[in-house]
Design a protein around this ligand. Structure first.
Ligand SMILES: [Zn+2]
Length: 476
């Protein structure tokens, strides 16, 4: 059903908020709800004349007694929204509008209400549209001493964004409202999310997090494509050589494959590309992630939830009772998870995960630090991958009119990998607790190509620039 122009007109910002809160996709649904449940309380009936909306809450103690919450034109909408999450927690909320109220809603126009708020809405839409257009991965809205700034991470680098209008705390409040956060809470970190569809129809799930800074709050919005993952290792720019190494290791579905790299090196995305390779109805695939960044069909994805007692390790333990074939753990960062993951890999499962460290050899060191014995590493580990994302040089040669890079000379990022399959010799060295430098020597003898060397090949092919490679792999 297409909304009539009149209804489109009443889709004012506050109504949008309400529908978001209530999970109602269109305002029409709201109007089609049953008429207001009337009570015999005269005070309430009088009030109704000036109402826009009536919220009717079923009284939890009695089926026929209802609690009503009224919103008059004088109601401060911000405080109402603050109140709503509380109501949702306690009750099932109904919203009703009678014909009088409906008429009033239809008579509202965009300009009538919350003029100030519409400015903030414009700023937020501007930001989100710009981020979608520039393929930004994150938006940072920050409070500095006496001012606010917005930066976006585009091609891995933060860039300051100039806005058509000055921003103030209302933008923070607005983002927090959208994300279903407590807008009054400014002293503790919060997490939330909300959906966004760009004018070009790109769908996103925005992951929002706030931290209290000494100059005020900082909010980071991560743009995650809401569509299911389409990319493969080839589409992601993995070289044929690395793809063949990874495929060989995936052939037998046991053991542990770890992708390492610092934050923002694309570990998670690569993990999904590998998972996509495995996806098949003959395999039971379970993931535990923090948070779930991409949705994949046909697999069970679980999100870490500390309040509900779901951690990487507890989920992994439950997964082992779920007749699994493949297990994906978002990150191994504690001893318990490391040990369960290794055990799972030793007992006939394929375990995929990430480790936060700089290269494949450091990964061995890190596993040992996490309390996994050399022998257990030897019998569980199958492949180590380390990676970085380096800005890809556009093929246009810095043409200012280039459609792909907009004259900036950079189009997207390309993964630079190093892969270390655990050979029989390396396995032996691991179980004998030989030094990492010994393992390094053997690896090089077996043809190991470090990231830097691989990157230099791409520099020769003019796919990336030497300075970009140096800035991403600074030490050695
Ligand atoms: Zn170009």
């Amino acid at each position: 059903m297409e909304p009539s122009s009149k209804e489109t007109q009443v889709k004012t910002d506050e109504i949008w908020h309400l529908s978001q809160w209530l999970g109602i996709s269109t305002w029409r649904n709201l109007l089609e709800l049953p008429k207001t449940v009337r009570t015999h309380n005269p005070e309430i009936l009088n009030l109704e004349r000036s109402l826009r909306f009536t919220f009717v809450l079923p009284n939890p103690d009695s089926a026929d007694r209802l609690t009503q919450v009224f919103v008059s034109e004088k109601t401060d909408f911000m405080s109402l929204c603050q109140f709503l999450p509380f109501l949702f927690e306690k009750h099932r909320l109904f919203i009703c509008a009678d014909s009088l109220i409906q008429q009033r809603i239809l008579a509202l126009s965009q300009d009538d209400i919350f003029k100030d708020d519409s400015q903030v809405t414009k700023t937020l839409s501007f930001l989100l549209e710009k981020a979608a257009q520039d393929n930004a991965s994150d938006i940072h809205v920050e409070s500095l001493a006496g001012t606010k700034q917005v930066r976006m991470r585009i091609n891995g680098k933060l860039k300051q964004i100039s806005l058509p209008d000055a921003i103030d705390d209302r933008l923070f409040t607005k983002i927090k409202l959208h994300s279903r956060m407590n807008i009054a809470q400014k002293r503790a970190p919060q997490d939330g999310h909300f959906p966004f569809i760009s004018i070009h129809g790109k769908k996103y799930d925005l992951r929002v997090s706030t931290v209290p800074g000494i100059n005020g709050e900082k909010i980071v919005l991560r743009l995650l494509p809401a569509t299911s993952v389409q990319f493969s290792m080839t589409e992601m720019g993995f070289s044929d050589y690395h793809i063949s190494v990874i495929r060989q290791c995936l052939h037998v579905k046991t053991g542990m494959i770890l992708i390492t790299g610092p934050t923002g090196s694309g570990k998670t995305t690569s993990l999904y590309a590998i998972l996509k390779e495995l996806q098949s109805e003959s395999l039971n695939i379970l993931t535990i992630e923090d948070p779930v960044e991409y949705r994949l069909n046909g697999i069970t994805q679980v999100e870490v939830n500390n309040l509900a007692g779901i951690s990487f390790s507890s989920a992994l333990r439950s997964f082992l009772r779920q007749d699994p074939d493949v297990l994906l753990v978002g990150e191994i960062r504690d001893t318990e998870t490391a040990q369960i993951a290794a055990r799972a890999a030793q007992t006939g499962h394929l375990v995929l995960s990430t480790l936060h460290c700089n290269n494949v050899f450091e990964a061995i060191h890190r596993l040992k630090n996490l309390g996994v014995k050399g022998d257990d590493i030897a019998t569980s580990l199958k492949l180590l991958v380390s990676q970085r994302l380096v800005p890809r040089t556009c093929t246009c040669g810095n043409n200012p009119d280039c459609q792909t890079c907009g004259g900036k000379g950079i189009s997207g990022r390309i993964p630079i990998l190093e892969t270390l399959p655990i050979s029989a010799v390396i396995k032996k060295k691991l179980s004998y607790e030989d030094s990492i430098s010994d393992i390094e020597k053997v690896s090089f003898a077996e043809g190991f190509v470090p990231m830097r060397e691989f990157g230099q090949k791409l520099v020769m092919k003019r796919m990336i620039s030497a300075s970009e490679l140096d800035s991403i792999l600074p030490d050695d």
